[in-house]
Design a binder for this molecule. Structure first.
Ligand code: BT5
Length: 324
């Protein structure tokens, strides 16, 4: 059933807003013309607006503002990232589901996405606010063959893909705040949470969790984050289809992930530094063992932030919250 749906949506993607004839659909799916009509009706029930014209066929006029597998896969141009999508209306945390699927052997690139999270989390068990219908709450399962100490690089790679994907979908110019925040006009619109399943030095899987505020208005944020958080709609001044942002991100992500596996971290590092707002500024890095104050110089191969203190010493910071 899902294979049929995938073929049908692929045909519409290829037509790029144009007509696909009923004849062609029935050949593609290997079913009767009556069955074609049933598939079209199912799409309509899900909120797709389809136009049917005699002798021309069917055309998708409007896709629903939903993020089920259908909307994400329609027009998605990737080979393996997001080709397997697991969608939930509501879920505790997509991270939790992704870990479970990963342990059951889910394929690399599997995407878990939810319309709402009731137990969304950030780093160190902090809460990630994930209300229904307005954001993107998703986790990607990766199985890179890299040593454990290199996995923080994947957080940085994800940040690069998010900046580019959001820019492509919206025209906004996000920036990166080390290690895991994406800001728009100085406020946090996106958070990244990278988690591992590893044994000794062997990485079994990396689960990348991403939360993107898309269509919230400012008064929809809880008081505690109203001054620090923003959404794409607030900054853009209009609502955006979440599925488009997911697609553009997945495409950039696959490109940089493939490049990374073939050529290493160098190309990603350069891009990351060009999108970063913290570099060459004096920052306060609050770590578990105290605060480091100094000028942010860049990141090293391991993804650590290099900070030059006033005594001229260079400190490597692996995990912290940054105040600029
Ligand atoms: C993060 O943590 O920024 C990582 C957030 C990752 C969320 C995704 S959603 C899909 C997947 N499933 C999950 O359960 N999680 C991942 P951190 O750097 O620790 O920042 C957390 C802090 O950001 C909180 O303490 C709040 O101050 C703030 N915050 C919470 N919700 C926010 C939101 N929606 N927008 C902006 N800031 C928020």
């Amino acid at each position: 059933q899902s294979e049929i749906r995938r073929k049908l949506l692929a045909a519409f993607s290829e037509a790029d807003g144009g007509y696909v004839s009923g004849q062609k659909i029935s050949e593609l799916l290997g079913c009767s013309r009556t069955a074609v009509w049933k598939h079209i009706e199912e799409l309509r029930k899900e909120g797709f607006v389809l136009e049917a014209v005699r002798r021309k066929g069917y055309r998708i006029v409007k896709t629903p503002e939903k993020i089920t597998a259908n909307e994400i896969q329609l027009g998605l141009q990737t080979d393996f990232i997001g080709q397997n999508i697991v969608y939930y209306d509501t879920v505790d945390s997509t991270q939790k589901i992704a870990h479970e699927l990963s342990q059951k052997g889910a394929e690399e690139g599997t995407l878990v996405v939810a319309d709402e999270q009731t137990g969304g989390r950030g780093r160190m068990a902090r809460v990630w606010y994930s209300p229904k219908g307005t954001g993107i709450w998703m986790s990607i399962i990766l199985r890179p063959n890299i040593p454990l100490q290199k996995t923080p690089q994947l957080t940085l790679l994800t940040a690069v893909a998010l900046v580019e994907g959001i820019e492509e979908a919206t025209g906004l110019s996000p920036t990166i705040k080390w290690p895991n925040d994406i800001l728009i006009n100085g406020k946090k619109a996106v958070g990244i949470l990278t988690e591992l399943e590893a044994e000794a030095d062997q990485v079994h899987s990396v689960i990348i969790g991403i939360g993107i505020n898309v269509n919230q208005q400012i008064d929809e944020f809880p008081e505690a984050i109203r001054n620090t958080a923003t959404s794409i709609a607030i900054e853009k001044g209009e609502k955006i289809h979440r599925a488009l942002i997911i697609q553009k991100f997945l495409e950039r992500f696959e490109k940089w992930y493939t490049t990374y596996l073939e050529h290493g971290f160098k190309p990603i590092k350069l891009l990351w530094e060009s999108y970063s707002i913290s570099l060459n500024k004096t920052i306060h890095a609050r770590t578990l063992s105290g605060t480091v104050v100094g000028k942010a110089l860049g990141i090293n191969e391991e993804g650590a932030l290099l900070i030059e203190t006033s005594e001229g010493k260079i400190e490597k910071v692996y995990s912290a919250d940054i105040d600029i």
